[in-house]
Design a protein around this ligand. Structure first.
Ligand SMILES: [Zn+2]
Length: 275
């Protein structure tokens, strides 16, 4: 799933183009993709977008007149593309905006499952839709992070991915951040020393900034990640092969030398059975 660096890179790329021309035609949209019916998509036609904004992993496109907001959540497999006039695009995108002059913004989704979503909302509805999200991960700072950690009793990897607590980090960047901070994915939030909290706050910023720079330059996953999806490859710091712990929904990647004092992490459900 695209996370803060990926979404922010796309936001920056789309901000200028989407506001260049008024919308000529909004839709069609796949029935599973469009999550709202009132106002209808056609309410966008003739209006101009102000630009692209981002909150957590969502993109928002407010209209210039301040009356409507198009909200997009790409989930795991959704992709947004801006096609210049005449540029070939997908035949049946999950959602399409056509601008005067012929450019298009298209949402495609790989695979059969339609999970990405598009909402057309009033600014008040958009605010309510986003109200459950925690503060943005980038530039959170160690003081604020310390307050958040003190109020939660959880393992770090799980906390970092919880959008209600900190917004913008998912499974990939949680792996990268914890490695950079030299912290175990299983460390408990309330056990961190002030020094470790400062290291985690610094790692959140440095890793998300590194990711953003790489994504803006077009880097793929393989080049961007140093720990995530790197099972068995040498740790870029110490050379130890990267290890993994499997869960039903995701996999944690880590370096046992840099992060867990040489200990191999066990799947908690399995170790509970063996105890
Ligand atoms: Zn290492």
């Amino acid at each position: 799933m695209p996370e803060l660096p990926e979404m922010e890179a796309w936001r920056r790329a789309l901000d200028g183009p989407v506001s260049a021309f008024p919308i000529e035609q909004a839709g069609p949209a796949h029935i599973a993709t469009l999550k709202t019916i009132d106002p209808p998509l056609s309410a966008l036609e003739g209006r101009r977008l102000l630009g692209a904004e981002r909150r957590a992993k969502r993109l928002m496109f407010p209209t210039e007149d301040g009356e409507l907001v198009l909200l997009v959540h790409l989930m795991t497999a959704g992709r947004l593309r801006y096609l210049r006039a005449g540029e070939a695009g997908p035949k049946t995108p999950a959602f399409r905006l056509r601008f005067q002059g012929g450019a298009e913004l298209v949402l495609t989704e790989a695979g059969k499952k339609k999970r990405a979503g598009v909402w057309l909302l009033t600014p008040e509805e958009a605010e309510a839709e986003l109200a459950h999200l925690g503060p943005e991960a980038l530039d959170l700072g160690s003081e604020r992070l310390g307050e958040i950690l003190a109020g939660e009793s959880r393992r770090l990897h799980s906390l970092l991915r919880d959008q209600r607590v900190i917004a913008g980090i998912g499974r990939a960047w949680a792996n990268e951040i914890l490695h950079a901070a030299k912290l175990s994915p299983y460390a408990l939030t309330q056990d961190l020393t002030p020094h470790q909290i400062a290291a985690l706050a610094a790692a959140i910023d440095s890793e998300l900034e590194r990711g953003l720079q790489l994504r803006e330059s077009g880097a793929n996953d393989k080049r961007t990640y140093r720990v995530h999806n790197k099972l068995g490859e040498p740790c870029h710091v110490c050379g130890t092969p990267i290890a993994q712990v499997d869960f039903e929904e995701h996999t944690i990647y880590y370096c046992s030398e840099c992060q867990t004092g040489g200990r191999v992490l066990k799947d908690r459900r399995l170790s509970r059975l063996l105890r």
